[in-house]
Design a protein around this ligand. Structure first.
Ligand SMILES: Nc1ncnc2c1ncn2[C@@H]1O[C@H](COP(=O)(O)OP(=O)(O)OP(=O)(O)O)[C@@H](O)[C@H]1O
Length: 248
């Protein structure tokens, strides 16, 4: 695996005040300049009767606020596995994940879930929307558990505007194209004021024009101070990232 930390030029949002971004989302002051860090991470899958399979070994990654990092490489090389570990959805076999400098090893499951809600938006492959709900309702879904739907509705509309779906907010997923569904999923991942966006293959199966729209949206979020970790095979997405790792 080749680490290419190239030029991490995008600086952190450094302010004591909450700032209103173009997306009208609120980016809270960055308490830590490195919102996401993986230290010496190994991922091994056991069980199922098969031999244990070590997918990733001694993997290190530190992402500065407001930058985009791409995980590239062949299918099955472990990109999704790293994303789920980075998002605290699974634990690594060895090594450490740190969110804003705090190790997940120091947190119990409830704390990890609570911190994840505040810090990380995860968009999995395909974007998984709820069929029976409109685009707007899908975006607002993460606000339901905290009873924040009413106060987040304006932001949800702004986010749908931002991703170019202002006129599609009452459409159901079946009435949207693949690229539009992916954009709804990204808006949904941002609704809680996420600082880190973790995205799996966002442009897969999209034509170039729609893929470029997604790339533009992801790049815009970094300009709003959001940190993006993305797994992709898309050379154009890889090219616009601030840094990249090639898995093999
Ligand atoms: N829960 C699991 N149990 C056992 N093996 C798994 C599990 N999850 C993933 N794997 C295996 O780990 C390897 C890496 O999978 P992963 O999905 O991380 O790769 P990837 O680089 O994201 O692939 P792609 O580009 O095809 O999405 C694969 O061989 C996969 O079969």
């Amino acid at each position: 695996m080749i680490d290419d930390p190239t030029t991490n030029v995008a600086g952190p949002v450094d302010t004591d005040e909450e700032v209103q971004t173009r997306s009208n989302t609120i980016v809270r002051p960055v308490e830590h300049q490195m919102p996401l860090e993986l230290r010496d991470v190994t991922i091994r899958y056991e069980g199922g009767g098969a031999d244990p399979l070590t997918i990733v070994e001694h993997f290190n990654l530190g992402l500065e606020a407001g930058t985009m990092h791409c995980l590239a490489g062949r299918s099955g090389s472990g990109k999704t596995s790293i994303l789920t570990v980075a998002a605290g959805l699974t634990l690594p076999t060895a090594g450490e994940v740190l969110w804003e400098g705090e190790s997940l090893d120091e947190m119990d499951d409830d704390e990890i879930a609570e911190r994840r809600r505040a810090l990380i938006g995860y968009v999995d492959q395909g974007g998984a929307l709820i069929d029976g709900m409109s685009a707007l309702e899908n975006v607002l879904l993460p606000a339901v558990p905290d009873g924040q739907v009413a106060e987040r509705t304006e932001m949800a509309k702004n986010l749908l505007d931002l991703v170019g779906l202002g006129r599609r907010m009452h459409h159901r997923p079946v009435q949207l194209s693949g690229g539009e569904r992916q954009r709804v999923a990204i808006a949904r991942a941002l609704i809680l004021g996420t600082k880190v966006l973790v995205v799996d293959e966002p442009t897969a199966s999209l034509d170039r024009e729609h893929a470029n729209q997604i790339i533009g949206i992801l790049k815009d979020t970094t300009r709003d101070g959001i940190t993006v970790l993305v797994a992709t095979h898309d050379q154009e997405l890889i090219a616009v990232a601030d840094s990249r790792t090639y898995m093999n």
